[in-house]
Design a protein around this ligand. Structure first.
Ligand code: HEC
Length: 105
């Protein structure tokens, strides 16, 4: 299935305009380099911020909201506490790739 997805993906991304193209988790992993200083993705270790391992499988985030795409995106865009806002730092494409990656955690 994974391989099939990889083969289909280039065709899909050509067919869709950038804004609607599904996020690419492999590219999102590179975007996550900017988050990795403060967030662990593979262990439960707390760095500056909470671990994001299993983020989308959690019932609630620290702010009590469900980890929906919209709620997670708001935190990324606006920042939270000592977390900086990424609204103007990441492109729309990078954000959608990042979300796709976070969903694999
Ligand atoms: C400078 C350190 C720092 C960076 C860089 C950073 N964060 Fe954070 N992040 C935090 C801190 C600290 C919190 C907790 C804020 C609070 O609850 O007040 C947090 C909270 C979060 C939460 C909520 C988690 C939960 O379970 O409640 C998400 C989601 C998140 N960050 C995603 C990201 C993503 C994605 C990036 C990269 C684009 C990123 N962060 C970059 C420090 C950072």
């Amino acid at each position: 299935m994974r391989i099939l997805g990889l083969l289909l993906f280039p065709a899909l991304s050509l067919a869709l305009p950038a804004a609607q193209r599904p996020g690419d988790p492999a590219k999102g992993k590179e975007v996550f380099d900017q988050c990795g200083v403060c967030h662990s993705a593979t262990t439960d270790e707390k760095k500056m911020g909470p671990s994001l391992k299993g983020l989308f499988k959690k019932a609630k985030m620290a702010n009590g909201q469900k980890p929906t795409e919209a709620n997670v995106m708001t935190i990324i865009n606006k920042g939270k506490g000592t977390m900086p806002a990424f609204e103007d730092v990441l492109t729309q494409e990078e954000k959608s790739d990042l979300l796709a990656y976070l969903k694999t955690l």
